[in-house]
Design a protein around this ligand. Sequence first.
Ligand code: DQA
Length: 147
Amino acid sequence: TTVLVVNGPNLGRLGVRQPDVYGKQDFEELVRLCNEWGAQLGLDVDVRQTDDEAVMVGWMHEAADNANPVVMNPAAFTHYSYALADAAHMVGDAGLPLMEVHISNPSARDEFRKRSVISPVATGTITGMGLFGYKLALEAVAHLVRG
Ligand code: DQA
């Protein structure tokens, strides 16, 4: 099983962007960690990042067509992208787990971060655990695909 670990806008700037909120580890470190955690769980992982909503939507179509479970940090798309929510819905319709991850706890931050349009179509959501949240999400995927 190959899990798509997809990351939305500005997450390529990890380590530089608000390190007090998102930590000091950069995106390359996240890629390394996800590969390590996946290997421990017997999962192949394909870690990606884009600032482009259309690209992110396309990755959901790819996941649905190729039967890839998804770990998604939708970043700011979380709060307003109905296009991404519809695409994520198709992943669920294909019978695949889709775990939503946020590095920070958006509920404890700005008012606009309190709503996720992705959560209603996600299998589950992990927030506030830093990069460790991706490990928890990969464990959840391993659990869900093995039954
Ligand atoms: C985020 C939280 C979002 O509100 C924000 O727009 C991000 C990152 C997180 O990982 O905590 O870009 O998804």
